[in-house]
Each structure stands twice: as C-alpha cells, then as structure tokens.
Design a protein around this ligand. Structure first.
Ligand code: SAM
Length: 244
C-alpha cells in the first residue's frame, strides 16, 4: 500500500493518547473508523459485574470524567472527520448513558447518520429495581451520504444485531472486549480488502485484529500500556489474508 500515513506506519498500532496522536494522521487517508470509545462512568466500581472473579481482567481501564466527556467526544470526532476519506464511514459504539454526547458530537462534526444500530447481547448484570441492560448502540455514520461503501451481503440487512459476547474463560483479557463477530460484520459491509481501518481506542485490539484477519490494513492507538502490549501480542499471533 502506497498511502503516506505521516508520522505513522501502516499496519501498526501505537501507545498513547488518541487526542494527541490523531493530529499526526494526514487528512482523508482512512477508509473506515470502527471504535468503542471510553465511557464516562465509574467503571472500576462496576468491574466485578463484567467478570465475576475479576482475576484475569487487566487493570488500568481509562475512563473519562463525566464533566469532560462532551468536550472529549467533540475533540476526537472532529479529528475523525478530518482523517476520514471523503467516501469514508465510521461506526461508533455507545452505551445509553452518554449517548446524548455521542449523537451531539457526530452532528457537530458534520457526519450524517445512516443507521442507528442496536447490538443485543446475552449478558446482563443483576438488578433489583430496574431492567437489565443488554444492548449497545452503534452509530453508523458517513461524511458523504451520496457516496460510501456498503456491500449488501444480506438481502434484508436489519438494524438489530443479536450477537453474543465472548467469554475468554481463564484467559487474560481487558474488561470491555468486543466480539470478533461484530467487527467482522462491520468490515464485510463497510470496507473492502486493502482498505485502511482505524481505531483510536483499541483496548485489546479487536478492531485491528479483525482488520488484519480480513485482509484490510489497520492503524490504532491505546493509552493504557498493558492493553497496548496485549493488543500487539494478539496482532502478532494473527494471520492475514492476501491484501491488494
Ligand atoms: C471501550 S474500550 C475499547 C475496547 C475494544 N474495542 C476491545 O474490543 O477491546 C476503550 C479503550 O480506550 C482506551 N482509552 C481511553 N482514553 C484514551 C485516549 N485518550 N487515547 C487512547 N485510548 C484511550 C481505554 O484504555 C480502553 O482500553
């Protein structure tokens, strides 16, 4: 691939703060952004809910203070709009609690929403006086609604996706890993082999690993050094299909 990525190499991931690193990416070079940004909740207090024993969950998850979340969201989304190619698309995962900031950020960064997808998963925490949350929002947005990639794999591609979370029983993991199946589905619909896929908030690197597996190029950032190392370990154990 001949693309010039400025300060960065193609098919590489970098440790550090996405807000500081993203300005080093040239304009319009990314075909697809898939990202699950940090939340603005007291995640550590909820950690036991995500893994009963907690023993294999890697410490250090970086959340954003609630008061800063709106500004943080606008900052990274403005950069996302800049680095995306004119026909590029983005998928942003969000829980319901900060959805308002995510939707506002997308609008104010000039994106057009194509679909508001719901990901229904099988997992829920025990609740006493409210419903169990078992869904996520995924915003599918583009820069130009007249021109973007959409490979219509299914005849009726529905906007509710029922996909189980993966349990990595007894294995090292980060607390918020997305299922590989969901990333593969997004890559198949909204990118082609050889495209460049970017995730500014890699966590365990599921987006980069999926891109590599499916013959796409990748770039990504992660602020927690241990997660970055873990993502790199996963990537080095991943084989890629031939890329154009
Ligand atoms: C929800 S997780 C991503 C999970 C990922 N999709 C996966 O499957 O493992 C968000 C990640 O963003 C990281 N993060 C938080 N603030 C960041 C920043 N400013 N720059 C880069 N990464 C950041 C967190 O440490 C966390 O690993």
């Amino acid at each position: 691939m001949k693309q010039n990525l400025g300060l960065f190499d193609i098919d590489a991931i970098y440790p550090g703060n996405a807000l500081k690193l993203m300005p080093g990416i040239p304009d319009g070079v990314i075909n697809l952004i898939v990202t699950d940004p940090p939340f603005a909740i007291d995640f550590k207090a909820q950690r036991e809910n995500y893994n009963r024993t907690g023993s294999h969950v890697m410490e250090g998850y970086q959340e954003i203070p609630e008061a800063h979340y709106r500004k943080f969201t606008r900052r990274w989304m403005t950069e996302a709009a800049r680095v995306l190619a004119p026909e590029g698309s983005m998928y942003v995962f969000s829980g319901w609690n900060r959805l308002k900031d995510i939707l506002e950020g997308l609008d104010s960064s000039g994106f057009t929403t194509i679909n508001h997808l719901i990901w229904k998963y099988q997992f829920g925490v025990f609740t006493k006086k409210k419903y169990v949350t078992s869904h996520y929002h995924i915003l599918f947005v583009v820069k130009n609604p007249a021109c973007y990639t959409f490979n219509k794999i299914d005849h009726y591609p529905e906007d509710v996706w029922v996909i189980n979370r993966e349990y990595w029983k007894g294995k090292k993991k980060t607390p918020t890993k997305l299922p590989s199946e969901i990333i593969k589905k997004i890559l198949m619909y909204s990118s082609n082999p050889g495209d460049l896929i970017f995730d500014p908030f890699l966590g365990s690197g599921t987006v980069a690993v999926g891109a590599k597996t499916e013959g796409r190029h990748f770039l990504g950032f992660e602020i927690v050094p241990e997660y970055f190392t873990f993502a790199n370990e996963r990537l080095s154990g991943t084989f890629t299909k031939n890329r154009p």
